[in-house]
Design a protein around this ligand. Structure first.
Ligand code: E4P
Length: 217
């Protein structure tokens, strides 16, 4: 399973990347706003740091304008994946980019039917938003399972990039199903290390060690 980090915070990406935890990065217009940085500058900095795909999102709504934006974004670095929304215009742009050999991440996917269209349009990644489905009392993890079944039925090569991840359970649930990639905020990835029994066990070991009066170095 590949780990993408869902942020445009360069320091947070660096911390995880130095540990070998980062296979790619996803950004979106809201994350660029949060970073307070210029999209072209911050995306270039991320691409220079991370070897894997870095998704940069178009903001136009017409296919021809998306294509113009995407062609500018891919000039940033060779590891850019152009992110387009799952609209008919986005699928049109996806097909054009894929035909030219560019990586495309089709985002804002909320149904299996949408995911089929993205695969047919040659997307490298489909991004189903599981947290936002859960927010409206639908089942985001079930959507990942449905897309996995459908893609496997027909041998679609598009990678399932589980997005809008809000919890550690989301990550383990979609890992069990066989999502190819997860993208999660740095805080959720770091929370994967937490367990109360680890904390409790460590506390006891340290107490007992202190009683031995020994030191290792
Ligand atoms: C994915 O690429 C998106 O950037 C992201 O996962 C959206 O997550 P959110 O629903 O927490 O904003």
């Amino acid at each position: 399973m590949k780990f993408f980090v869902d942020t445009a915070d360069v320091a947070a990406i660096k911390e995880l990347n130095d540990l070998g935890m980062v296979d790619g990065v996803t950004t979106n217009p809201s994350l660029i706003l949060k970073s307070g940085r210029d999209i072209l500058e911050v995306t270039k900095e991320i691409c220079d740091m991370v070897a894997g795909p870095v998704s940069a999102e178009v903001v136009a709504t017409e296919a021809k304008d998306m294509i113009a934006e995407g062609l500018k974004l891919v000039k940033i670095a060779s590891n850019i994946a152009i992110k387009v929304p799952l609209t008919w215009a986005g699928l049109t742009a996806c097909k054009a980019f894929a035909s030219e050999g560019h990586m495309v991440n089709v985002t804002l996917c909320f149904s299996a039917a949408q995911a089929i269209l993205a695969a047919k349009a040659g997307a490298s990644f489909i991004s189903p938003f599981i947290g936002r489905l859960d927010d409206i009392n639908l089942d985001g993890v079930q959507l990942i399972e449905d897309i996995r079944t459908i893609y496997d039925n027909y041998g679609f090569k598009t990678e399932i990039l589980a997005a809008s991840i809000r919890s550690v359970n989301h990550i383990t649930d979609v890992a069990r199903i066989g999502a190819d990639v997860i993208t999660a905020p740095p805080s959720v990835i770091k929370a994967m290390a937490n367990h109360p029994l680890t904390d409790k066990g460590l506390e006891q070991f340290l107490k007992d060690w202190a009683k031995t009066g020994q030191s290792i170095v």
